[in-house]
Design a protein around this ligand. Sequence first.
Ligand code: PGA
Length: 247
Amino acid sequence: MRIRIATDPGALACAGADLVAAVLRERPDAVLGLPTGDTPIGLYDELQRRVEAGAVDLSRAVGWAIDEFSGVPRAAPGTNSVFYRAHVRLPLRALQIPNPAARDPAAHIAAFADALRRAGGFDLCILGIGMNGHIAFNEPGSARDSRARVVTLAAGSRAAHAADFGGVERVPARALTLGIADLLGARRLLVLASGRAKAAIVRVAVVGPVKAEVPASWLQQHDDCTWLLDQEAAAELQGRSLSGDAG
Ligand code: PGA
């Protein structure tokens, strides 16, 4: 596991874009896992700037969502579909997003993960980390071998999305997510975390014991996983031996 520390969220976005660009140079038709959340927005903006400057070509790459809410229309404010439309204005060949209104959610997300495997699996999957250690919507208790499935959202995860949905009571109780095993199947992983509020969970995930109660701790078992943190998110790791400085 590599840990890189950026001086601030802007440097974090640039370092993340550098990694995506490197993957695209190796593999222009890369299969990319693209998370939602506040943290990756700067990276998406930076990639868009680089595309406009002619420095990055995403035209053969395909993006895949890693999770979505369940039981709401695609266009409902707060869904990941709405997030992607607002924040991922990248000229990808395609962007695959589960349908939050699928009539059979379990079959739908299983088929989504099958399609991802048939597409070759992730060359690079970018992740955020929730305050409770979730990755995608793998909430605490998610097993190493968990696959794409319907999950019940933790209360804290629903609270974190209250503003997007117009009140916590409007946040769906359930979600669709790729499983821990699906995420660990990526050839490369990039985890982004920013801000002091994430420092404690980042420390637990990076140096604590590997266990289902901290889903992000499973990432310690991947052999090409980079944590890209700003200084605030890395605050509780300081003093440990950390490799690299992302600027
Ligand atoms: P955030 O979400 O980037 O909005 O903090 C992270 C996550 O829950 O995965």
